[in-house]
Design a protein around this ligand. Structure first.
Ligand SMILES: [Ca+2]
Ligand SMILES: [Ca+2]
Length: 269
């Protein structure tokens, strides 16, 4: 069902691109047309209580829905990431966030040339660490190159900076990090998932996006306006959609609503 749906969208995209060429238009590398649903497959079931709601009511409803989940240990995250982030062209490898590099699943660790577990919502922002909870939530954990992960550190997200070494086109400056284009929307949707999932009612901090950088240990992540732009510029890919399915089917049994309905970002924020 999912594969059929993705094929259909690709076909539409090709048709639109062809039409644009025929009338002499050139498309920019990144377009910012408003985000649209990638699937309505779960609207009658998983999202039934949220459908028709907007703004805070939508956020509250989604919080109730996605908070019903299985949780895994931080050590179990290693093997989970080998499944969720598997290279579609090489089942022995994972694709690394920020750099886009395909690397052997067996090179997980802490040395140069290894990949490790990147907390896209930096664990110091709200100080949730690696205990079972937000620190082990697969919806924002990704394999990343050890050194690129270290350069990202706990910086907020924003546009600009100089090139990150082996970062695949990612940029950074003293107070922010800009992922390569193909990961911009992924990052936005991961951060906003965390904001809805964690509302301060389960012993963890209420995580929220804001317009700042240098958030430090405060439970905030910036910049919201940039994340909204990235959500539009980089819509969910087949890789991101598959990842959501694997987390839902195999591990946590909850979904990232913004991968299914990227337009809900604009509705809530
Ligand atoms: Ca993407
Ligand atoms: Ca929150």
């Amino acid at each position: 069902m999912l594969a059929t749906h993705i094929r259909h969208r690709r076909w539409k995209s090709v048709a639109l691109t062809t039409a644009a060429v025929l009338v002499g238009l050139t498309a920019p590398a990144l377009t910012a047309s408003p985000a649209a649903a990638t699937t309505t497959e779960y609207d009658d079931t998983y999202y039934a209580d949220a459908i028709g709601k907007t703004g805070t009511a939508l956020k509250d409803s989604l919080h109730e829905i996605i908070s019903d989940q299985t949780k895994i240990s931080y050590s179990a995250v290693w093997n989970a990431l080998k499944a969720t982030d598997q290279d579609p062209n090489n089942s022995s490898n994972v694709i690394l966030l920020y750099s886009g590099v395909s690397r052997s699943k067996s090179l997980n660790g802490g040395d140069t040339g290894d990949w490790n577990r990147e907390h896209t919502w930096a664990k110091s922002h709200g100080d949730f660490g690696e205990a079972i909870g937000p620190g082990t939530d697969l919806h924002h954990l990704r394999p990343a190159d050890v050194q690129v992960n270290s350069i990202r550190g706990n910086k907020d997200f924003d546009n600009g900076g100089s090139s990150v070494t082996n970062g695949g086109g990612s940029l950074t400056d003293s107070d922010s990090f800009e992922p390569r284009d193909a990961d911009k929307g992924d990052v936005a949707r991961m951060i906003l998932y965390m904001a809805v999932r964690y509302e301060g009612d389960d012993g963890w901090a209420d995580l929220e996006p804001n317009e700042k950088v240098n958030n430090g240990s405060a439970p905030y992540m910036g910049k919201l306006s940039v994340l909204k732009q990235w959500n539009d510029e980089d819509p969910p890919s087949a890789f991101e959609e598959r990842r959501n399915e694997v987390i839902y089917d195999t591990y946590q049994h909850n979904r990232n609503p913004f991968i299914d309905h990227p337009e809900w970002v604009e509705s809530i924020w």
